[in-house]
Design a protein around this ligand. Structure first.
Ligand SMILES: [Zn+2]
Length: 424
């Protein structure tokens, strides 16, 4: 590609234009002064209104930030599109801006990359070498044809020479074949290369671009805007409703679908206050989910209670006394739950109430659980006996002794239930 040398030198033009139209000038303000980073001079904070000011020294319009900083560095990319013979050429420029409160801003400009695009979509990159890592970015070397566009790091893949900028010089020329698809210098989130690759084969993308639904365009290119949402998108377009926060809007459409609302209806799809409607539906859905969870829990508890009664209904309602200790059976699933909560063990979570081979008893003093006992129904022996956090209490031995002494009650109850079952 020798022709890149024929192109007019534009660096000065781009630099002047960017200085006036692209680069943001800042002032850093403290209580006592504002430093203009364009000329390096200071002025009174009284001249600031709504975070904006015009520097009395250099007449630059500046955005004022509260900061003790006195330096700043910014990088901008701009582009110039031109038609050269059969080629659409996109020329990219980088502007490095060094601001320092001690002197005038230092702004420079380089042309770094050119895309030479043929009518058939084939293109060549004529560029300086773009050295790109997560920590550092530089342009070095000479203009050469570059073939390796893709760049990989551990967490990032990107394109070295496919530059995104919203700042095309106003004298840019775009070929008619692209304009036909709505591709011009306003591509909101797409690079020129992405646009010409994707849009001609994606009518929906073309529609979004032409209708200036730039926020949705981004979702589309991230493949999040699937068929599911397209009816709603069409309603937005028809009603000239601009989606400003596409993520919330998409979420909102999901909620509408959850509540079986008609997403062909502008009343739902185009709310005046999206955030408010979104939050309202989120809350409504959460309430429903909470109710569903509570209902599931209630049903589960009921089921357990029935199973428990069938398994151990003949072995409950028993209590015996040993000095100042009362030892009683746990008579419902609810009692297992409360016992587990009181002594911080797993009697409830591990569903001891459904164990066929044993029953549980609670040893209590003045009504408070002291230890929980699991009694085997096979040999009527204590399987385990634990107090708070599975530790033995000081009444441990006495409790075991008392349970063993009274275990025959359960043997009798078991035998009687068996006999009843046989005679029935
Ligand atoms: Zn100034």
């Amino acid at each position: 590609m020798a022709r890149h040398k024929e192109l007019p030198w534009l660096t000065q033009v781009m630099m002047e234009w960017a200085k006036m139209n692209v680069i943001e000038y800042k002032g850093f303000a403290t209580k006592n002064r504002v430093v203009c980073l364009q000329c390096g001079q200071s002025f009174s904070p009284e001249l600031v209104s709504r975070k904006k000011a015009v520097c009395p020294h250099c007449s630059t319009k500046i955005n004022v930030e509260v900061s003790r900083k006195t330096t700043d560095k910014q990088t901008y990319y701009t582009a110039y599109a031109q038609i050269v013979g059969e080629y659409q050429v996109i020329r990219y420029f980088v502007h490095y801006c060094y601001f320092n409160a001690k002197h005038e801003a230092n702004i420079n400009c380089w042309e770094v990359t050119q895309l030479w695009i043929k009518e058939n979509g084939k293109y060549e990159i004529v560029s300086l070498n773009h050295y790109l890592t997560p920590y550092c970015e530089t342009w070095t070397g000479d203009f050469e044809i570059r073939t390796e566009n893709r760049v990989y790091y551990s967490y990032y893949t990107g394109l070295k020479y496919d530059i995104y900028t919203e700042d095309f010089h106003p004298k840019s020329q775009i070929k008619g074949i692209y304009k036909k698809y709505g591709i011009n210098t306003k591509l909101a989130g797409l690079t020129f290369l992405q646009a010409i690759k994707a849009i001609p084969s994606a009518p929906r993308l073309e529609t979004l671009l032409k209708c200036k639904q730039y926020n949705l365009l981004n979702l589309f290119t991230n493949q999040r805007l699937t068929d599911r949402y397209w009816p709603a998108v069409k309603i937005c377009i028809r009603n000239k409703y601009k989606v400003k926060d596409s993520k919330i809007w998409l979420d909102y459409v999901d909620l509408l679908l959850y509540f079986n609302k008609d997403i062909h209806n502008a009343k739902y799809v185009c709310p005046a206050n999206l955030k408010k409607e979104h939050d309202r539906l989120v809350k409504k859905k959460r309430d429903i989910q909470r109710k569903q969870a509570a209902e599931r829990k209630r049903q589960q508890a009921q089921e357990w209670e029935t199973q428990f009664k069938a398994l151990k209904g003949h072995l409950i309602g028993i209590a015996f006394q040993e000095d100042n200790l009362t030892i009683k059976t746990l008579d419902s699933v609810q009692e297992y739950l409360e016992e587990g909560d009181a002594l911080h063990h797993c009697i409830f979570t591990n569903e001891y109430f459904l164990k066929k081979e044993s029953i549980c008893l609670s040893a209590r003093m003045k009504g408070e659980p002291v230890e929980t006992i699991e009694l085997s129904l096979k040999d009527m022996k204590v399987v385990q006996c634990h107090g708070k956090f599975n530790q033995p209490s000081k009444h441990h031995d006495k409790i075991i002794e008392a349970v063993n002494k009274n275990a025959s009650i359960f043997r009798k109850l078991k035998r009687r239930a068996k006999q009843q079952l046989q005679t029935a």
